[in-house]
Design a protein around this ligand. Structure first.
Ligand code: HH2
Length: 292
């Protein structure tokens, strides 16, 4: 089976994130905590530090391998949030969580200034949806030894859904990610620290998202762990009769499970408990296929 075969041949077995070597034998689940007033599915719910911390701890209890803190919505049409404001939202949450020994912390930011402060407090991963749009990012991550997620986006959140076009979406996104991975490696980031993400919903139509998910082999073949974020996204609502974000759980679980069957190593989600359970089954079937 080519997806399983590709995974065995080229997929790394750990993701290095500072002092943590996260095993990729089973998919890692990243639980999302948006410390924002305006995120598309949970905006305003965890804006104060105590609520955000309680939610992060709950996601860890539910089985998240990492928690991801973000202070800037990237929903279509969103405007950038200045670094100081991002850090004002994140600081109390990051500093407290970083002292809890079991927490592995990812920071969703495209700003090197925010990443620098979070890394100084002990964050383990920088999730950069701009894939090194800030020229200072790669050097900073290299110095810290942190994990780095490089995601593909067409344009910026403010403009990305304005008529996105590709000749061959899978080939173009894969070439972009390979080039940004090479830039990161040239700046000193360890290869084993880099994960790649085709950026579902970031400058893509429903058809583009489906092509990327169906063509995940091309990303797995790049030799880095592949991260997929489908949780509660609009294309899931579109495919299920225009359901709103709070009713997209089943659709998201289907997409996450199929992504893991195709070789995704890391799944980003708002719904940790349900995702952990769904992926336990998907992983068992994937592994049975690989053995047979
Ligand atoms: N999706 C979102 C944000 N960050 N990062 C990666 N690597 N991959 C993704 O698919 C991804 C991401 C959008 O989800 P969310 O954080 O819930 O919403 P918002 O950007 O509105 O805060």
């Amino acid at each position: 089976m080519s997806a399983g075969g590709t995974r065995i041949a080229t997929a790394p077995s750990v993701w290095r994130c500072r002092d943590r070597a996260l095993s990729l034998d089973a998919p890692l689940v990243v639980g999302v905590v948006n410390v924002t007033p305006d995120s598309f599915s949970d905006g305003g719910r965890h804006l104060d530090a105590e609520t955000a911390l309680a939610h992060a701890r709950r996601l860890l209890d539910e089985g998240a391998d990492l928690v991801e803190l973000g202070a800037e919505s990237t929903r279509p049409g969103a405007e950038p949030v200045p670094a100081d404001e991002q850090w004002r939202r994140l600081a109390p949450v990051v500093t407290t969580l970083a002292r809890e020994p079991l927490a592995v912390i990812s920071i969703d930011t495209a700003s090197a200034a925010v990443a620098e402060r979070a890394l100084a407090e002990g964050a383990h991963v920088i999730n950069d949806v701009s894939a090194l749009g800030d020229p200072a990012m790669a050097g900073l991550v290299a110095q810290s030894g942190a994990g780095l997620v490089l995601m593909h986006m067409r344009g910026t959140p403010a403009t990305m859904q304005q008529d996105p076009r590709y000749d061959d979406v899978v080939a173009e996104v894969a070439a972009f990610l390979a080039a940004r991975r090479d830039t990161a490696v040239a700046a000193g980031v360890a290869r084993e620290a880099i994960a790649l993400d085709p950026g579902i919903g970031f400058g893509k139509t429903v058809a583009h998202n489906l092509a990327l998910l169906a063509g995940l082999d091309a990303f797995v073949a790049l030799g880095q762990p592949v991260l997929i974020g489908v949780s509660r996204k609009r294309f899931l609502g579109t495919l299920t009769g225009d359901l709103p974000p709070e009713e997209r759980l089943e659709a998201g679980l289907a997409a996450a499970a199929i992504s893991v069957m195709q070789g995704a190593a890391i799944v980003r989600t708002h719904d940790v408990r349900a995702t952990v359970r769904a992926l336990a089954v998907a992983t068992a079937i994937r592994d049975a296929r690989i053995r047979s």
